[in-house]
Design a protein around this ligand. Structure first.
Ligand SMILES: [Zn+2]
Length: 514
């Protein structure tokens, strides 16, 4: 007897239907064909235990299981449930009539409990597109799968519940009003700029970075609050749109990183990988390909604290995706693509001991040590960072006297207004939404300052010994500052402020190895 069930494989961010065919004939063998990985091969033992512990017997027969199409790799243990159900249908313990209506997926515990799987959201999207009547998933995955409207999603506790349902027991599908939920969850961020006293110049630099989508690096001694400030950056970015939220949620679903209580990610992600991170963990890939940190930060912020501590080769692989806003992972057997459009924020000490140029501490580093430290971050990576900003710790005595900071919501209003101007300006340019994305050519059309400002820029570049690469960056950032001031032209004060965000290009820094 031949029985079919339907499940799915996730490749990249998309799911494909997989048909599980089970045939039972005389004999005692168990065959599994159709490019399964080891976890799938081991499913026989989990299925046998789960069936036995729920009052069913694993058949004494020759069981052949084929998973089609054969050229798609099947990974992980999510196929336990569709295989087990097909075997039970062969044994006439499950009504095979309704099997064609559902996508069934889940890992089996030895006691028959359903364990969560990765990628429930893309699977639900596929099931709806392919017009299945319903989707059966482990209960733990239900909230992320039910984000997709117009398909019935059933979250099941264990295999017995699935059997009863397929044999005709009624079950209520989970229904989530996605839009309502999305807007409900878009409440305030945990970290707010209102908590930050002082640091006006860095806060302003972050506002400019957020307004123009500029990458940014903060340079300052230990304890100056670099990561504390970075954490607050998502709170001043424009709110996520529903479609951005779905994209980001899909990536987190595939990576198995969604909080089980939330179904949609409604705030911009903030990812802060440790400097010991591997190349695969940062950009994605691996033998069972997974999105990396740069994709988990999609539509949000990736923060690299202590940038020079990162392995240089790890940072190098980030260059291309920073430019392309997507990462393509090619292996002998597959090519997949993950989106990764994020704001890159980094921090570093001014020298290995951290106190170079600090008025209250003495730097103990030799010029050679400092040069080696600075040369760890490559020029090409630095080339993709528009805003470089020095930061000093706020003295304790000053803190007590200061007023609380401006709340993030107020800063965000200005950022949103500046972004609106940019959306309008770049409407005719595909893939360009903010000033940071401007090409050289566009700089000439949109960010050209008047003659007086241009002369001032020339003088500043000479006096500060700014490198040539600084020129384009300054114009881009000046454009953003002008947009924040709702000024159609780039004027002198905008240029002057932008010049101030090139700390690392200044002659005194450049001599130190950059
Ligand atoms: Zn030092």
């Amino acid at each position: 007897m031949l029985v079919k069930t339907y499940c799915a494989a996730v490749n990249g961010l998309d799911a494909t239907i997989i048909t599980v065919e089970v045939n039972k004939s005389r004999g005692v063998m168990f065959h599994l064909t159709g490019l399964p990985d080891n976890a799938v091969r081991e499913s026989r033992d989990r299925i046998a235990a789960a069936l036995e512990n729920n009052g069913y017997r694993f058949p004494v027969a020759e069981i052949t299981i084929n998973m089609a199409p054969a050229d798609i790799r099947k990974e992980g243990s999510g196929y336990d449930l569709p295989i087990a159900i097909a075997i039970l249908a062969c044994e006439q313990k499950v009504d095979s009539e309704r099997l064609g209506d559902y996508i069934i997926i889940g890992e089996l515990g030895l006691d028959g409990r359903l364990q969560p799987i990765k990628g429930a959201l893309p699977i639900a999207i596929m099931a709806r597109a392919e017009k299945y009547k319903g989707l059966i998933v482990p209960k733990a995955n239900i909230r992320e799968a039910a984000v997709v409207n117009n398909i019935n999603v059933y979250g099941m506790e264990n295999i017995s519940e699935v059997i009863r349902f397929l044999n005709g027991d009624h079950a209520e599908p989970e229904i989530i009003d996605t839009r309502k939920l999305f807007f409900e969850q878009q409440s305030d961020y945990e970290f707010d700029f209102a908590d930050v006293k002082g640091q006006q110049n860095v806060k302003r630099a972050m506002e400019v970075a957020a307004a123009g989508g500029h990458n940014m690096i903060m340079i300052g001694p230990p304890g100056s609050g670099k990561s504390m400030l970075a954490k607050r950056l998502p709170s001043i970015l424009p709110p996520l749109s529903l479609s951005e939220s779905l994209e980001t949620t899909q990536i987190h679903s595939v990576a198995g990183k969604l909080n089980r209580e939330t179904s949609l990610i409604s705030q911009r992600p903030f990812r802060s990988p440790h400097h010991t991170i591997s190349q695969v963990a940062l950009v994605g890939g691996g033998s069972n390909p997974q999105p990396g940190e740069i994709s988990l930060a999609h539509n949000g912020v990736l923060f690299c604290d202590e940038l020079p501590e990162f392995n240089r080769s790890v940072l190098e692989v980030m260059r291309q995706p920073l430019e392309d806003r997507k990462i393509t992972i090619s292996r002998a057997k597959y090519t997949i693509e993950y989106p990764c459009s994020f704001m890159f924020v980094a921090s570093m000490n001014p020298c290995p001991c951290g106190y170079y140029g600090d008025p209250t501490h003495t730097c103990v580093c030799s010029p050679g040590q400092i040069q080696r430290y600075m040369s760890k971050i490559s020029g090409p990576l630095l080339d993709r960072i528009d805003i470089q900003c020095e930061i000093q710790p706020v003295a304790f005595n000053d803190l007590a006297k200061m007023e609380p900071g401006e709340p993030s919501s107020a800063i965000r209003e200005r950022v949103i207004a500046a972004r609106k101007i940019q959306e309008e300006r770049y409407r005719a340019f595909k893939g360009i939404h903010c000033n940071a994305q401007m090409t050289e050519r566009m700089l000439h059309d949109f960010a050209q300052p008047d003659a007086k400002s241009l002369e001032m820029l020339r003088m500043a570049m000479e006096r500060l010994k700014l490198s040539a690469r600084a020129y384009g960056r300054i114009l881009k950032v000046a454009r953003t500052i002008a947009d924040l001031a709702a000024s159609p032209e780039v004027q002198l004060p905008h240029i002057a402020e932008a010049v101030g965000y090139r700390n690392l290009d200044r002659g005194d820094w450049a001599e130190r190895g950059l």
